[in-house]
Ligand binder design. Sequence first.
Ligand SMILES: C[S@@+](CC[C@H](N)C(=O)[O-])C[C@H]1O[C@@H](n2cnc3c(N)ncnc32)[C@H](O)[C@@H]1O
Length: 273
Amino acid sequence: MSQAQTSQARASQAIVLPETSNPLISFVRSVVPAPLRWGIRNAVRQWTRQRLFFVKLLLGDINPLVNNWPDRGQSIHRVYTEAYLEQHHGDIHGHCLEFQEATYLAKFGTGAVTQQDILHHNTENPLATIVADLTGANDVPSNTFDCIICTYVLHLVPEVEAMVAELHRILKPGGVLLVVVPNITVNYDEFDEFWRFTGAGMRVLLRRSFGKQQVTTQSFGNAITAMRELYGLGASSCRSGLLTRQDPRYALAVCARAVKGQSLGASGLGSVG
Ligand SMILES: C[S@@+](CC[C@H](N)C(=O)[O-])C[C@H]1O[C@@H](n2cnc3c(N)ncnc32)[C@H](O)[C@@H]1O
């Protein structure tokens, strides 16, 4: 057999490696149920990250621990978002609208939602039941929704005032808009982000369409949770006592509730305070 034939024959032989399994790992897998194993793994990961966090701070390392979403677990601003929606779950009823997906309608609108729509501004989202750009002319009928959940949308919209006017138009009289936007946050590469809102800024924006008496805001976050979020730590890195202490100077989530006045077509009510 020539050298070329020999190497061809060798290459065509399937290389089968013996199955290497660590008997200790196999034993643990057979006796510890998967959810418990995952819980332990996450706890170990969190414990390690906490220590790494302090080491990196001490070393003055400016690179966050985690840069991408899924790796950090539930983010701190989402815990605040859910706390706000939970607080206002009584508003989430009847015909409701959410952006991109119905995550929060499913979680907080149980039983009371009679009809739901998902809005996306372009045709790329198969979950969308309404495709509309709410900053320009669109086909969404006026006075349609009892509740609109508008989380993490307004900071992405250049013509944000026009969008708020549209949100007001498509709500039924007496309908409620629940908004959550970031204040302190990372500028993520995957989105074009235009705005950051303080509580006062959000009130000014919403009052232009909803009127002075109809808007309330609430801010969530403090210096420590803000620092942790910016550094890539998730909610599980924070004790619940830390999450419940709010300091509006360091808001991670600015939340707002705006109610459309009862008179049909009411808009541009009141001056900006
Ligand atoms: C990052 S997603 C946020 C929604 C999600 N429910 C959440 O809580 O993260 C941004 C949403 O804003 C919507 N959006 C951005 N610009 C818009 C516009 N001009 N008109 C209507 N929707 C818009 C997009 O269609 C998308 O559904």
